[in-house]
Design a protein around this ligand. Structure first.
Ligand code: NAD
Ligand code: UD1
Length: 337
């Protein structure tokens, strides 16, 4: 299949090179920055429901970036944007991102994460967009007996509507690649953390919540015994991976884990964050019942991503936590500069 663009210097003369949904979000804003840094023209689509314009401040007035405020579920508007821009690639990140929220509101999960993704996919197909990169999730695996999740071998039994929708979209992507000759990549993000992650909701990512609580001297809530583990991957490494996938030349479908291959428990995080402060911080920790739909252990094997794209995570958890704290985060979460 002919490649529409993306080798350096081969830009789409009509509009953007890459359309990023969820551009004003935590991960999406880093993705936009990475793509622009690579010399690509980017149009972002975001309804600002959980994203913020502040996140895009580094790109304000940049000639290679613009943001369109809109809803991925508005099929007419999404179609129009694709027709106007004719992007060669789309990075689809807009979603309801919280596992517990998807359990509280399965209809909204279905509407945004499944039906919304189909709207973006269909607009891309009609516009002749060649590459589709999808922000999937480790949540597709559920709890498996395997100590480490590999893309093919591990069973996929999502424990939440969120994980189920992510897996369903992976299947849609696979079918699109097969039926319509699209190049489609699903990146199964594990637990992403770093600057700009919003700590303000009980549904926010655990590292952003803990960092915020430590900074304000508030107690930390650990769900369950705190021995549950996650594979925490730094957001700038993830953004690099999304950009690599958006520039990938081969057609067909592929799915890869975006992770580090290293597990940390929730209690490890409390300790790691406390140690990253200059001040001696003694966190107050309270335990509550485990969350419903909670995965006990989640650890990925990153070797598939390395094999296909040459991507490897560059940032250790200790360095990433230090960078997060040094960034000042959102909501003034830092004591130190
Ligand atoms: P985020 O909430 O910061 O970003 C999501 C963005 O999508 C927000 O800017 C929000 O305003 C936008 N959005 C939501 N609904 C929309 C709609 N209907 N139309 C247009 N825009 C809409 O979350 P994030 O952590 O940056 O997540 C980005 C993607 O990565 C999501 O698809 C999420 O499921 C996936 N993911 C995240 C993690 C993680 O650890 N953060 C892990 C696995 C997968
Ligand atoms: C996260 C992502 C989800 C992604 C998945 C992939 C967020 C909000 N969710 O889900 O989009 O698909 O990773 O692996 O980024 N915890 C506490 N106390 C708190 C908050 C959380 O103990 O105050 C615990 C939770 O019970 C859980 C762990 O921390 O065991 C991680 O929780 P969370 O950051 O919400 O992430 P996931 O549910 O793993």
């Amino acid at each position: 299949m002919a490649d529409k663009n993306f080798a350096a210097g081969e830009k789409n003369s009509k509009g953007a090179d890459v359309l990023v949904t969820g551009a004003a979000g935590f991960i999406g804003s880093h993705v936009c920055e990475e793509l622009v840094k690579r010399g690509l023209r980017v149009v972002g689509l975001d309804d600002l429901s959980s994203g913020r314009l502040d996140n895009l401040a580094p790109l304000a007035d940049h000639p290679c970036f613009r943001l369109v405020e809109g809803d991925i579920c508005d099929a007419t508007a999404v179609d129009q944007l694709f027709q106007d821009e004719h992007p060669a690639a789309v990075a689809h990140l807009a979603a309801l991102v919280s596992v517990p929220r998807s359990i509280d509101d399965p209809d909204e999960n279905f509407r945004l994460n499944l039906a919304g993704s189909q709207i973006v996919l269909e607009a891309a197909r009609i516009a002749g967009t060649q590459r589709f990169v999808f922000a999937s999730s480790a949540a597709v695996y559920g709890d498996t007996r395997a100590p480490t999740h590999t893309e093919e071998e591990s069973s996929k039994h999502p424990l939440s509507p969120y994980g189920a929708a992510k897996l369903a979209v992976e299947h849609l992507l696979c079918a699109h690649a097969h039926c319509f000759g699209m190049s489609a990549t699903a990146l199964r993000f594990f637990n992403v953390y770093g600057p700009r992650q919003d700590p303000s909701s009980p549904y926010s990512g655990v590292i952003s919540i803990f960092a915020d609580r430590l900074a304000s001297g508030a107690p930390i809530t650990v769900f369950g015994d705190g021995e549950q583990t996650r594979d925490f991957v730094f957001v700038q490494d993830v953004a690099r991976g999304v950009a690599d996938a958006a520039q990938f030349q081969e057609t067909g479908f592929r799915v890869v884990n975006c992770c580090t291959g290293r597990a940390s428990s929730v209690l490890d995080l409390v300790q790691g964050l406390a140690q990253s402060y200059h001040d001696e911080v003694e966190p107050q920790v309270f335990h509550q019942a485990p969350r419903a739909g909670e995965i006990r252990h989640s650890l990925g094997d990153p070797s598939g991503f390395a094999r296909v794209f040459g991507w490897t995570p560059a940032t250790s958890l200790a360095d990433g936590l230090r960078e997060l704290l040094a960034s000042g985060g959102r909501g003034g979460m830092l004591k130190q500069g």
